[in-house]
Design a protein around this ligand. Structure first.
Ligand code: HEM
Length: 496
């Protein structure tokens, strides 16, 4: 069990005193119906102040947040309830774990919220791409990018996902056995990073980036760590100050930039925009029908999609392989389903919706280990959220990690139980109780892409291979901008 989960069990859980949901009524709606007052609505009377955990003078919870961010959020929810106000130096940070409050911030009053100051570090890397841009500019870019993710596009992407997985599995055939004759051992997280990177390159940009994956992987790791530290600093050292850390960061961004400049240049030289996402973005015109995207805009969009679109899915798959190696009964169910749906032939787009158990397992993995474990907004004006005052400028945090482990919303929240994701139980649940892909207008554009990709990869790998956990290497979590396994996920690969 992860450190934060252990920490959470050691302390008294304030939410344990609230009405519990029964297994078949595991929904935010049911909880609201049981509770004394409807949470999330604005009750009569003046707004309340959300409880503030005690912390160090001026710094508040900063050090605890650096040491153990997952535990900080789990403990906050357990001790203070669904609205907590952390102090991080001079910043107020509200954490809401109430689906109605979250709906208010992400959807009902979304106009009052921008991406927060915590995205500034990412902005240094992604520039003004879809993830970090705002307002009318974001709206236009989203409209332009959306068609690349439509269903008819996904049909073709399924074939690419399958063939790139084949390429990886063919490589696995040549892995060396250990000196004592044991099956090969590999880090399945690193493998998934390489695979999802190759898939995003082929599907969205029709470019083979497999050869660039290790250099980009390192550069990405360095720059995301830098962005994370930058976001968490109370006093920020701007990237142009010549410190060794900033020099390393600049080098990493240069490596990433070089790849994208190459992709865009190659396309320009080819004389045709092409009909993939890159082509759509290159041929897009402004409202005047003339203006094309600048090189810089193109680079920002391309980079955003590659980075947002591969690491998250790789983390999901790695966590899923880990969970299945701990729950062999579910692994058997996945394999049985895959054999029944696709047998020995190649997987096709139409098969994906029939891989129900596979989907349920992935959705449960996204509940326990959401790669986007937290995301934030910043209040433009004063607001009242679920009866709590949220002053202008405050950061509002939504943490799928703590929301998905809320004992008031989920029966046995720490347990692995894909049955929670049968279509009926999904339908009965408040959709703001489960947010691996976010919610409201800024919801993940790659949601369907990622789920299909994960289903295809999981199905293809498990049909013919066993991935047995290496017990000497337990899972440790690293909550940076995304939640990833700190030292990878090491498995012994065997044939089935
Ligand atoms: C398991 C995989 C994935 C997870 C867990 C995930 C999660 C998320 C979340 C939570 C957000 C919302 C962030 C916020 O509201 O601040 C988001 C946004 C976004 N995601 Fe994903 N994502 C995944 C896969 C992908 C893929 C495959 C792509 C593209 C190929 C992608 C591209 C994006 C983009 C561009 C945004 C920004 C959308 C906007 O603001 O309009 N993601 N993602």
């Amino acid at each position: 069990m992860s450190v934060p989960a252990r920490a959470a069990n050691e302390i008294k859980d304030a939410s344990a005193n609230r009405p519990r949901v029964s297994p078949d009524r595991e929904s935010g709606r049911a909880l609201h119906a049981d509770a004394e007052a409807p949470r999330g609505s604005a009750p009569a009377g003046p707004p309340k102040r959300a409880p503030i955990p005690p912390g160090v003078f001026f710094f508040g919870s900063v050090f605890e947040g650096w040491r153990d961010p997952l535990g900080l959020f789990l403990r906050g929810r357990a001790q203070y309830g669904d609205a907590v106000q952390y102090r991080f130096g001079w910043y107020r940070y509200f954490l809401f774990n109430d689906p109605a409050a979250i709906k208010h911030v992400l959807t009902d009053n979304a106009r009052n919220y921008t991406k927060s100051r915590n995205y500034q570090g990412l902005k240094v890397i992604f520039g003004n791409g879809l993830l970090t841009s705002e307002g009318e500019f974001w709206k236009r870019q989203r409209r332009l990018s959306q068609p690349a993710f439509h269903r008819d596009r996904l049909v073709g992407f399924a074939n690419t996902m399958a063939s790139e997985t084949n390429r990886m599995l063919a490589r696995w055939q040549h892995l060396p056995r250990s000196s004592d004759g044991h099956a090969p051992v590999l880090d399945v997280h690193a493998e998934m990073m390489r695979l999802t990177f190759a898939i995003v390159g082929q599907t969205l940009f029709t470019t083979d980036v497999d050869g660039d994956s290790s250099a980009i992987g390192e550069a990405l790791q360095y720059s995301l760590e830098w962005a994370n530290d930058y976001a968490e600093s109370i006093v920020r050292v701007p990237p142009w100050v010549p410190t060794p850390r900033n020099a390393g960061f600049k080098k990493a961004v240069r490596t990433i930039d070089d790849l994208f400049t190459r992709i865009i240049d190659e396309r320009r030289r080819s004389g045709s925009d092409g009909d993939d996402l890159l082509g759509m973005l290159m041929s897009a015109r402004g409202d005047d029908g003339k203006e094309r995207m600048t090189e810089r805009q193109l680079r920002d969009e391309v980079l955003t999609l590659v980075l947002a679109g591969h690491e998250t899915t790789a983390n999901l798959l790695a966590f899923t392989f880990h969970l299945l190696s701990c729950h062999p009964e579910w692994e058997r169910r996945v394999v049985a389903e895959v054999r029944q749906v696709i047998g020995e032939r190649e997987i096709r787009f139409e098969d994906v919706r029939r891989l129900e158990i596979t989907r349920m397992v992935l959705e449960e993995a996204l509940r326990l280990y959401p790669p986007a474990w937290t995301f934030e907004r910043q209040a433009v004006e004063d607001d009242v959220v679920a009866g709590y005052a949220v002053p202008k400028g405050s950061i509002v945090g939504i943490s799928p990690y703590s929301l998905h482990r809320h004992p008031g919303l989920w029966e046995n929240p720490e347990g692995f139980d894909p049955e929670r994701f049968t279509p009926e139980r999904k339908e009965a649940r408040n959709k703001y109780a489960y947010l691996p892909f976010g919610g409201g207008p800024r919801t993940c554009i790659g949601n369907a892409f990622a789920m299909m990709e994960a289903q295809i990869i999981l199905a293809k790998v498990l049909r013919d291979h066993t991935l047995a956990r290496v017990p000497a290497r337990p899972l440790e979590l690293s909550p940076l901008i995304t939640l990833r396994p700190k030292h990878g996920i090491w498995v012994e690969v065997g044939g089935r």
